[in-house]
Design a protein around this ligand. Structure first.
Ligand code: PEP
Length: 235
């Protein structure tokens, strides 16, 4: 079971360090759960330092560029992430697809570069509300999954766009159905993302093909994040 907290555009270095100190021993209480936090780029190093050497909590980035270096203003490369202590990265988050022009092609390039550099990857896929209503969910998922490499360090996060940050959660049955479909296309673990909270984590994580969660809003408060990780340990 893997629980990853996506901090989005929250927590600068100071807050990141404080939060990391609070959760550094969480893995000993949430036995068997891999725990990951994904701070903004500038807070990665502070989170790593706050966790300290003995912690099993891992720090991933929220994005990565595919080139190692060059004239790419505003981008960060995999070796740079490794230098500050990140061991993985999210790619293809729906907010990147919606607001920053991310395409299936750029998601593929980012995933490939991250894997090549030795990073772990959480690759996000998911349909919008309009696509679900038009009965296009499977087509969209198939297209997004098709570009992703099969690799032991890559997991997919199924994040229906209509459930992200909206408080609307997929029913456990809807999540299970989408996860089973993704697994029929790609040999991988599949995390669920979309308004996961301490109150709904257990029932979602109990689904047969749900192998963990990518959590946004529910991971920003240490007690809430801990409760989700502890729920995962009980499943
Ligand atoms: C996310 O950011 O990946 C996410 C699932 O957000 P939330 O939990 O807030 O819906």
């Amino acid at each position: 079971m893997l629980i990853a907290g996506n901090w989005k555009l929250f927590k600068g270095p100071h807050e990141a360090r404080r939060f990391a100190i609070e959760i550094r021993h969480l893995p000993t209480r949430a036995a068997g759960v891999e725990i990951v936090v994904c701070p903004p780029f500038v807070s990665i190093e502070a989170a790593v330092q706050g966790l300290g050497e003995g912690s099993d909590v891992r720090v991933y980035a929220q994005n990565v560029h595919w080139e190692l270096e060059g004239a790419f203003t505003g981008e960060v490369s995999a070796p740079m992430l490794i230098e500050v202590g990140a061991t993985g990265t999210i790619v293809g988050h729906s907010e990147r697809r919606q607001y920053f022009g991310e395409t299936d092609d750029t998601v593929r390039l980012r995933a490939e570069a991250a894997l090549e550099a030795g990073l772990h990857v959480i690759a996000c896929v998911g349909e919008t509300e309009a696509q679900r209503e038009a009965d296009q969910t499977e087509d969209v998922l198939a297209r997004q999954v098709a570009v992703l490499p099969v690799h032991e360090r890559l997991v997919i996060a199924y994040e229906p766009v209509w459930a992200i940050g909206t408080g609307k959660t997929a029913t456990p049955e809807t999540a299970q159905e989408a996860h089973a479909f993704i697994k029929s296309l790609h040999e991988t673990r599949v995390l669920y993302g979309g308004s996961v909270k301490p109150e709904n984590a257990k029932v979602l994580l109990a689904q047969k093909d749900v192998d963990g969660a990518l959590v946004g809003g529910g991971c920003l408060d240490a007690l809430s994040f801990e409760a989700i990780c502890l729920a995962a340990a009980e499943v």
